[in-house]
Design a protein around this ligand. Structure first.
Ligand code: ATP
Ligand code: FE
Length: 335
């Protein structure tokens, strides 16, 4: 089975070709245009998708050494995401499936961030059902009980900001370019995570809240900069390390609670923020510390990519879960 997968939910145009559960090619065109605006501008994103989609798909097919007529199905991201961006991917997928007369498969982007763990990769184990997934990305923060490929329930999620926003907004406060998450990660490596302490939000159960932390960080920086204008420059690494640490502590508290409540000790992380090296190390160490089995995705399957759409596409193909041309893109989508 050869699946062509297309992902265009936000600001990255991505295409991948999978042969069953193996990735033959995984191509991403990042849109740098948003950097100067400090965030994703939807109109510019959809325009850039229109420019990128044909070349990105061409490169994905070439790298996979596959021609269009060998394809078994086309999978695309149906949502959640920016409507204008989603429409570029879905329209293209629909036309191609019609032209080639092959099935069309709609994929939920958040399911894909989780199911990326089922891509066949040397050195990476696959979780067995049921397992817990911590999805941490630019727009979401969820703990999901994954019972099967097509049966999962959200047991905890953020009530306001996503973890990725906490990283990106902190970066903005520090004067770093968008998206700042990876930069915080870099600076944190050189810093002392115990230098500054922040308080955890008081939110019961498995839900999260990050907007209070963002305000706390803002006031902390403003106060210190008022006393010393060079505060940020002089302490950047320690600030980044301390912020990253409080975020990790919050995530780990909730994961421990989720394990206690469900009795499930297999934990998989996914989403762009799962690229964070501090989070990856902490999760790895949790295996020895708590007796969990943790699953950390290959780096290229953390931030948005089409390979993760392709693996869901492959599973749906096996189960005849196809859609027709009348399928609509959804900015918000039922889980
Ligand atoms: P969603 O998946 O919720 O729709 P999205 O697709 O925009 O959102 P992803 O591409 O999955 O988001 O993740 C992007 C986020 O990941 C950004 O907030 C970015 O800063 C963050 N991120 C990426 N790498 C790192 C890192 N190393 N450390 C911390 N955050 C990171
Ligand atoms: Fe994403």
């Amino acid at each position: 089975v050869f699946i062509l997968a297309i992902e265009s939910s936000c600001d990255d145009t991505a295409a991948a070709v999978l042969q069953n559960d193996k990735v033959l090619s995984n191509v991403v065109a990042r849109q740098s245009i948003h950097e100067e605006y400090g965030g994703v501008v939807p109109e510019l994103a959809s325009r850039a998708h229109q420019q990128n989609i044909v070349p990105v798909i061409d490169v994905a097919l070439k790298k996979a050494n596959i021609t269009k007529d060998q394809l078994s199905a086309i999978a695309f991201t149906q949502g959640p995401g920016l409507m204008g961006s989603l429409l570029v991917g879905s329209s293209f997928a629909k036309s191609l499936s019609m032209a080639l007369n092959i099935p069309l498969i709609a994929v939920n982007h958040m399911h894909a961030h989780i199911l990326a763990h089922f891509i066949d990769e040397e050195g990476f184990d696959k979780p067995t059902f049921p397992f817990l997934a911590l999805t941490i990305s630019g727009g979401h923060t969820q703990i999901v009980k994954v019972n099967d490929f097509f049966n999962m329930e959200i047991i905890g999620e953020t009530t306001d900001d996503a973890v990725g926003e906490a990283f990106d907004k902190t970066a903005k406060i520090l004067g770093l370019p968008y998206p700042g998450g990876p930069l915080i990660d870099q600076f944190a490596k050189e810093g002392n995570p115990k230098k500054y302490s922040f308080t955890k939000p008081k939110i019961a159960g498995l839900d999260f809240s990050f907007s209070g932390l963002k305000t706390q960080i803002l006031y902390f920086i403003q106060k210190n900069v008022a006393e010393n204008p060079n505060f940020i420059e002089e302490n950047k690494a320690d600030i980044c390390a301390s912020v990253q640490q409080i975020i990790i502590d919050i995530l780990m508290d909730k994961l421990r609670l989720a394990v206690a409540e469900t009795g499930i000790t297999q934990i998989a992380i996914g989403g762009g923020v799962s690229a964070n090296s501090g989070i990856r190390t902490t999760l790895k160490n949790a295996e020895g510390k708590y007796g969990w089995k943790t699953f950390i995705p290959k780096f290229e399957y953390t931030t948005d990519n089409a390979a993760m759409i392709g693996i869901v596409g492959y599973q749906k193909f096996l189960h005849d879960k196809f859609v027709d041309q009348s399928t609509v893109s959804k900015a918000r989508i039922e889980f």
